[in-house]
Design a protein. Structure first.
Length: 217
């Protein structure tokens, strides 16, 4: 009897641990990595949201206004190959959001730039850009048939320690097409050229591949 009781407790602990691990795997596989059907607007002048989450910044930028201190000097942020001025829209994702990224507009993928960095909590805002610029990130540069360039910025967070992109240089994408994945909570930025007009506000919830973020003027 005395020997049976510890074995029974141990069995229950093992079973509980197994069920918790199984539940976590199921959550990750069937909820976190879900890809719901989206209804992408048929509008060639619209930039569609690349991510599902909350808008935390809608910022007009110029070449000298979007720089920040990093390491030993001042770095121009991600904009020199887009335009001399334009708009930055930042989206914050938590663990409940869809974490695949979608192409905002039909375009040709030009290149990516992977930047090593930290893994600070992406849900804590530290600047007016709405992005943890010191964190690891991946910048994806696209060009439309009309010659407009835009960038999708994938930013890692405290738990998001793996960024993936699914596009190759010179690949053509259509609006709403899957272009990448950030695992766990993180941020996505969209850098647009000057002749665009944002249509969203800070605090608004946006849907990947569906919500219109901005339009060409």
């Amino acid at each position: 009897m005395n020997n049976f009781q510890p074995k029974k407790i141990l069995f229950r602990l093992v079973l509980a641990t197994f069920l918790i691990v199984l539940a976590c795997i199921a959550y990750y596989q069937f909820w976190f990595l879900r890809m719901p059907t989206r209804h992408t607007p048929n509008d060639s002048a619209a930039f569609i949201s690349p991510a599902n989450g909350e808008v935390v910044a809608v910022l007009h930028w110029t070449a000298d206004s979007i720089a920040w201190e990093k390491d030993a000097g001042v770095v121009q942020v991600m904009t020199t190959d887009v335009d001399s001025s334009g708009w930055l829209i930042a989206i914050e994702m938590d663990v409940t959001n869809v974490h695949y990224q979608k192409a905002p507009m039909a375009a040709r993928f030009l290149k990516n730039e992977y930047v090593k960095g930290q893994f600070n909590n992406a849900l804590i805002q530290t600047n007016r850009f709405g992005l943890r610029l010191e964190n690891e990130r991946n910048d994806l540069l696209f060009e439309t048939k009309n010659g407009l360039r835009y960038k999708v910025i994938q930013v890692a967070g405290l738990l998001a320690r793996r960024i993936e992109d699914y596009v190759e240089p010179q690949q053509e994408v259509v609006a709403g097409e899957v272009i990448g994945l950030i695992k766990m909570g993180s941020q996505v930025g969209l850098i647009l050229p000057e002749n665009t007009l944002p249509t969203v506000k800070i605090g608004q919830t946006v849907i990947d591949g569906e919500t219109v973020l901005a339009k060409i003027k």
